[in-house]
Design a protein around this ligand. Structure first.
Ligand SMILES: [Zn+2]
Length: 404
């Protein structure tokens, strides 16, 4: 519902076309510029810039002061974030060249995103980059940055660009005259056809850091990197994380890995000790509970119940096994904490006992739930008092299970 208007009043949003503009329009993977327009008695913010197929630059604006009338002369200024975007854009050209140098000339650009705080570069390559390859690419880009190469752009006939070895994108339509961006005088390290905006010298890019490497699709990889202020901020974040870890784990940054390895080994050993102790605890408790005197009878089955302490599910199942073996019972039900395990001997099962049904009935009597196989099953209740109620309900449940 766009229409032409003679004036945009304060608060209104619209699109403005200027006869000349310093703004860069969204395209070639680079985001459009933002900034402001000012005139005597008024001002507007530019929230984005795009370009029509006819080459008109459309500035999306919101008037914040005064009225913007058609024909008004304005002073246009681009948001300083553009400088950071330019650094990231120039870095993608160096990255492209470095990838071809390290991985091979099969590498071609498959897409890119350039923003003030990061860049993303997609390229054809059949495998994930090894950490060593990432380091080599990163080192090469940083060398080219430190070499402070001159960045030049000029419009040349397409054929001349081709002869200069300019990187061209497959499937892209180029006109007869193309904009060629090269980095490095004489033997350029990078020559690309590109309409974007760039730094004047590569030294302005600042530090270059790869922050991620991942797959986009089969045969296409993606690198994400940061340069300039964003790279420094990223490195500071890493340093702060390291400092906090050293504070928590002790030692120094240099001994951090060693410290983590030692903690992991200690933890494994402690877990093994806990498992051993649990089994001993189970054995000691079932020895006490397994005396023949504690065997009871219901529905023609000899059974034993025991409330044990401090056992997890695995230790509780072992305890049920041991108790069934040693006590000579047909059926055992043991509990620990809020967990119940029932086990029925083969003979008992033939006479109608079913561990799953039994443990379900016992748990239900205490407001819990569970069930499982005829030989072994488990259930849960809400607390220790409910566990006692459930164990007390075994007798009745077992009597009900007996075949008439
Ligand atoms: Zn470019």
């Amino acid at each position: 519902d766009e229409h032409e208007t003679e004036a945009l009043p304060e608060g209104a949003a619209g699109t403005v076309v200027l006869d000349r503009t310093p703004f860069y329009a969204e395209g070639g993977g680079q985001v459009g510029d933002t900034g402001k327009l000012e005139w005597p008695g008024g001002g507007a913010v530019v929230t984005g810039t795009s370009r029509t197929a006819q080459g008109l630059f459309r500035h999306r604006v919101r008037v914040v002061r005064g009225t913007l009338s058609a024909g008004q002369a304005v002073s246009a200024s681009v948001d300083p974030a553009r400088r950071e975007t330019e650094k990231h854009h120039s870095a993608t050209h160096l990255l492209h060249a470095a990838l071809r140098s390290v991985l091979g000339t099969h590498v071609t650009q498959a897409g890119s995103l350039v923003a003030p705080d990061r860049l993303r570069f997609d390229f054809s390559h059949p495998a994930a980059l090894t950490p060593e390859e990432v380091v080599r690419v990163e080192t090469l880009v940083n060398r080219w940055v430190q070499a402070d190469l001159a960045v030049d752009w000029r419009v040349v006939p397409l054929e001349e660009a081709r002869q200069a070895g300019a990187m061209m994108l497959f499937g892209e339509k180029y006109g007869d005259a193309v904009r060629m961006v090269s980095m490095g005088a004489g033997e350029a390290v990078s020559v690309e056809l590109c309409g974007g905006t760039h730094v004047a010298r590569t030294g302005q890019i600042g530090p270059f850091v790869v922050v991620a490497e991942e797959a986009v699709s089969a045969g296409v990889r993606r690198l994400e990197a940061r340069v300039g202020d964003a790279a420094v901020a990223y490195l500071q974040e890493l340093r702060d994380t390291q400092r906090r870890l050293v504070g928590q784990l002790g030692g120094t940054a240099a001994t951090l890995e060693e410290r983590v390895a030692k903690l992991q080994a200690d933890l494994k050993q402690a877990q093994r000790q806990v498992a051993t102790l649990r089994d001993k605890l189970a054995a000691a408790q079932t020895a006490g509970a397994g005396g023949a005197a504690q065997l009871q009878e219901a529905g023609g089955f000899r059974y034993a119940t025991a409330a044990l302490e401090g056992l997890d599910a695995a230790a509780l199942r072992n305890a049920a096994d041991t108790l069934l073996e040693r006590s000579g019972a047909d059926v055992v039900v043991v509990g620990s904490g809020t967990l119940l395990v029932a086990k029925a001997s083969e003979g008992a099962r033939q006479r109608g006992a079913h561990a799953g049904n039994l443990v379900r009935a016992a748990a239900q009597a205490a407001g819990g739930k569970g069930g499982g196989r005829p030989d072994m099953a488990q259930a849960g209740v809400k607390d220790a008092a409910a566990l006692q109620v459930a164990l007390g309900a075994v007798e009745e449940a077992l009597a009900a299970a007996a075949k008439p």
